[in-house]
Design a protein around this ligand. Structure first.
Ligand SMILES: [Zn+2]
Length: 130
């Protein structure tokens, strides 16, 4: 099976759902104030990847900023999941960059973020279980 044909089946909603399950197992937590988001409209905005209003600090935040490795980056959810899969398949940073249409530096930056977080989480195992 070719890797790029597997990558094609990863769409944004599926990737975002997996990311939320993996990184926010206890629900949506505001990255600014730590408030747990419970409102139906706010949660719907979050799932739709639209700015989400937090009643805790009375302002909105970007959903991607609630996910530690994605905070402050321009990575789309599906690109992030594809990177994880390619990394688990032991592809090099330059090969991953070529497959995703990103720079090798950008890929190395994200792999570095994940290496730091791996001390706290088992992202790879969760990807395989998920
Ligand atoms: Zn907040």
């Amino acid at each position: 099976m070719k890797l790029d044909s597997v990558l094609d089946i990863i769409d944004r909603p599926t990737a975002w759902a997996w990311i939320c399950r993996t990184y926010l197992p206890d629900g949506v937590v505001c990255p600014v104030c730590g408030h747990v988001i419970t409102g139906d409209r706010a949660l719907a905005s979050f799932v739709a990847l639209e700015r989400t209003y937090c009643t805790g600090h009375k302002s909105a935040f970007r959903p991607l900023s609630a996910i530690a490795p994605l905070r402050g980056t321009e990575w789309a959810p599906e690109e992030f999941v594809k990177l994880l899969m390619l990394h688990l398949a032991e592809q090099s940073a330059s090969d991953i960059a070529a497959l995703l249409g990103k720079s090798a530096g950008c890929v190395r930056d994200m792999l570095g973020r994940l290496a730091v977080l791996d001390h706290k989480t088992t992202t790879g195992d969760r990807l395989l279980d998920g």
